[in-house]
Design a protein around this ligand. Structure first.
Ligand SMILES: Nc1ncnc2c1ncn2[C@@H]1O[C@H](COP(=O)(O)OP(=O)(O)OP(=O)(O)O)[C@@H](O)[C@H]1O
Ligand SMILES: [Mg+2]
Length: 269
């Protein structure tokens, strides 16, 4: 693999705990969630703009807590009641729901009453903004039993957009917001992601001037930043193959960075 290809791979947008970078804001959000877990919450809300690291935070919580607590991570939304019932059945009974079984929602509620005090189950629900209203209502009823506790994750693009927040207003025990990174966090993020794959040279070549530009066009959003870096190294790869005279191996190319920003639509010309 070429040098730039490896650098590119450092910025693939996936939920991989190996590429987790410890940043002050990520640590703070994790600790807030962790503290909440020790309290008798029914529902917790984790929210923030797309690309601020909510899913990765959930994944970390899940991986770290799964040996101490009964905890489940529902990554992709359950869009119909049948799927949802199947999942809840599986979580409560700890066996898959037999094919052809018809379950009445109230059975779950009654079952929760039976096991109350014996089990406490945390469900991490990612992408909650995509759930149909009916299921959200059932989640609220289940959380009221005190047996199933939900961490509801929603992305917001505007303040009014936190649908779950208004829907569950009275049940939400606490809310944690993830925000875009600060400029210094973004710098750490970029360097650390490169260092994960031993890209010391490139990491050292990225200077404050480059960081200033990256921060300006991405506003500190992790996903936008990864996309920008990925595209920059893709441009490097192209020129390495077709016209290596266009860049120096000793200095990070601000020009390629700007080309990448235009390519991903982060700046307009
Ligand atoms: N602290 C971090 N360290 C390393 N990578 C991170 C960190 N936070 C976020 N990322 C990366 O940023 C990208 C976006 O994160 P993630 O998918 O968790 O965002 P999200 O808030 O769930 O977005 P959406 O609302 O669109 O679902 C992912 O590739 C993720 O791995
Ligand atoms: Mg997500």
């Amino acid at each position: 693999m070429s040098y730039y290809e490896i650098a590119k791979e450092c910025f693939v947008d996936e939920l991989n705990l190996d590429s987790y970078v410890e940043l002050p804001s990520s640590v703070r959000a994790y600790e807030e969630m962790e503290m909440a877990f020790e309290k008798p919450f029914k529902m917790m809300l984790l929210y923030g703009e797309p690309g601020t690291g909510k899913s990765l935070l959930l994944k970390r919580l899940y991986e770290k807590k799964k040996y101490q607590k009964e905890i489940h991570f529902i990554e992709s939304p359950l869009l119909n009641e049948e799927e949802f019932f199947r999942k809840i059945f599986n979580i409560l009974i700890q066996k898959p729901m037999p094919k052809g079984t018809k379950v009445d929602f109230n059975t779950f509620v009654e079952y929760c009453k039976v096991i109350k005090g014996q089990r406490e189950i945390i469900i991490l629900l990612d992408e909650a903004q995509l759930y149909p209203k009916k299921i959200l209502e059932e989640i609220r009823i289940l959380s009221d039993t005190g047996v199933l506790r939900f961490v509801i994750v929603v992305h917001k693009t505007t303040d009014e957009d936190v649908i779950a927040k208004s829907h569950f207003k009275t049940r939400i025990w606490g809310a944690v917001e993830l925000k875009n990174a600060s400029k210094s966090e973004l710098k750490t993020y970029i360097h650390q992601r490169l260092l994960r794959y031993n890209q010391f040279e490139i990491a050292n070549q990225i200077k404050q001037k480059n960081i200033d530009f990256i921060y300006k066009v991405t506003k500190g959003n992790f996903r936008a930043c990864s996309k920008l870096m990925y595209t920059t190294f893709e441009i490097y790869q192209y020129y390495e193959k077709h016209d290596p005279s266009q860049f120096s191996r000793d200095k990070f190319s601000q020009k390629f960075l700007e080309m990448a920003a235009i390519a991903i639509g982060a700046i307009h010309v």
